[in-house]
Design a protein around this ligand. Sequence first.
Ligand code: ADP
Ligand code: ZN
Length: 729
Amino acid sequence: MTDFFSEGMPVGVLTAQPLDRVLDYTAPEGGCWRGAFVEVPLGPRKVLGVVWGDAQGGYDRAKLRAINRVLDVAPMRDEMRDFLIRAADYTITPMSAMLRLATRAPGLGDGVSMRKVYRLGQGAPDRQTDARKRVLEVLESYGGLSFTLGELAEQAGVSASVVKGLVKQGVVSEEDAPRDLPYPRLDPAMPGKPLTEDQAAAAAQLRADMASGAFGATLLKGVTGSGKTEVYLEAVAECLAQGRQALVLLPEIALTAEFLTRVEARFGAKPAEWHSGVTMTERRRCWRMVGQGGAQLVVGARSALFLPFQDLGLIVVDEEHDTSYKQEDGALYNARDMAVLRASFASAQVVLASATPSLESWANAEAGKYKRLDLTARFGAAVLPEMRAIDMRAEDLPGSRWISPSLQAAVRARIAVGEQSLLFLNRRGYAPVTICRACGHQVGCDHCDARMVEHRFQKRLVCHQCGETKPIPEACPSCKVEGKLAPVGPGVERLAEEVAEVFPEARLAVLSSDLFGSARALKEQIELIAQGGADIIIGTQLVAKGHNFPHLTLVGVIDADLGLQGSDLRAAERTFQLMRQVAGRAGRAEKPGLALLQTFQPEHPVIRAILSGDEEGFWRAEADERRVAGVPPYGRMAGIVLSSPDLQAVFDLGTEMARRDGPLRRVGAQVFGPAPAPIARIRGRHRVRLLVKADKGVPLQAALRDWAGQFRLPANLRLQIDIDPQSFY
Ligand code: ADP
Ligand code: ZN
């Protein structure tokens, strides 16, 4: 394979356009290297591409168009290219979609953009004013640092014209500087917190693995508050000390603020950030700097895995069991698995951190593929909360109430001593169902097969599938009788109402993702709670994700049975993880915690495993069941969803696919279905699903490609393949 293409040579370019092939161009003036990011003409447009390799040929060479120009960004490295190819292969995603993921920053084609910065100039102003003095003081106190106009004016508390006046006299100098500045240096030599014996042993192991310079994966398991973050920051320190880059993935943007502060305390400066809450300018800066080595540490969401790291040495996947690591991103991938893949190409270490690992990671550690490190004790005096069930069959509670007398008493006892209680309910909105008391009609979404959820806060009904909202109707849409629509079942908003009635004196905080317009508002609410600004917290699964609430000593789980009802393969695992995570919120500081689970089935094996705290026992039992059933992680699975506005079309194709299953049968795989998907309609598209099961070690992707390739898709019909499906929606 050629690596350099001189001017005029034909060359294959991969673009991020939804075309299923590499396009041929001729190399531009000065030639181009394989891996270079380029701008190419495509029809009337100019699009981004990457020089992929030899031209495909088969065209009249004279008609080839030339690459417009090579972009001023670091070229794609072979390691990244190989990773993208393998990831595309594994997830059955077109390469163009992978490239889109890998170039998700605006203006990569722009030249290096400049902006004006201000620093201390020469001499003294002709006339000294208070405002001018403050500007000079700010510049002096920060030494040689430069500011943007806005930053300087704000720091000094003056208007921009004051600064401009000083520029005219040369007292403040105005210069052009590149907008995409490198991130401040992190200092890995700064001392960390003194570690406990457990923590130190785990950290030493991670440091040694890091120093090996080879690929390896470690499951870092430790109860919430055991200091996993402190420990993996030691691995980050080792990585940075070697001059390599590190990436920390977090499942939730709301967690980044606390993490940034901890990084700053540990390494003296904040790392680069990559997630949906970051401005477009910052995204471009991050992308470029990661590629040039101007960012040592990135903290980000799953798509940060596709950043063009120069020398990636470590990936930490925090809360590795979290379901948000698998979501549609233009490609359907599990960030945890992709992190391991990326690390293997980069000779990097992966640390998967969790209090409640996924069964996949647990099994990989059992099989010896991953190392496993356990932190058993909580840091300091904090101990794991005691866990007890509240048997709801024995509680005296009216039908429209959800806080049992036993739970009420426990909450009251905490309020009396100034401690916090968390009431956990994994249901957003006011009530999950709105029913007509006259005819029994349940208000559903017009576009989906889902019931509408009442959100009193917004005064609307909301579809949690497609986001469609409508006003709460006066009359029943079915029987037209007025005033008979009633909410059924609890949501966090309704629970808040009950709390306000039962505990009128208590200060209440509700933590539900949809109550916050911005990440900042959510962050403020979380800080307020951490500082003790609430007596009772009502939360959805948002609270399960690693926040530190030192005053929290009681967790009440309103409906511990909720997750057990799903037909989902992972229902038990999810419930187990969620309950343990939530319970882990209590008693993080010096005071012991208590977790109370309201349940109608206290004998259920999952509830019993949660209560007894026998984690290994739970996993072994769960692993045995899955091994017998031949399902992940002991067998392979793929979900196929066909969707179209045309119901007949999806069923016809589904039936056809089930019948012509030769390529699957050849590898011993079985296909089940077609069946209406659990949510049979989303946004007006009918959904049918097929499920493919195979033994472990079978080349399933190749078989799936051959199989799906046999069929011609009618217009408007979408076929989506989900490898290792996490849930069956
Ligand atoms: P995890 O990530 O396992 O939930 P953290 O690393 O967040 O645990 O630790 C929980 C709390 O205990 C944090 O506030 C952390 O700063 C503190 N902590 C943990 N280990 C130590 C230590 N060795 N010295 C001082 N504080 C610690
Ligand atoms: Zn809908």
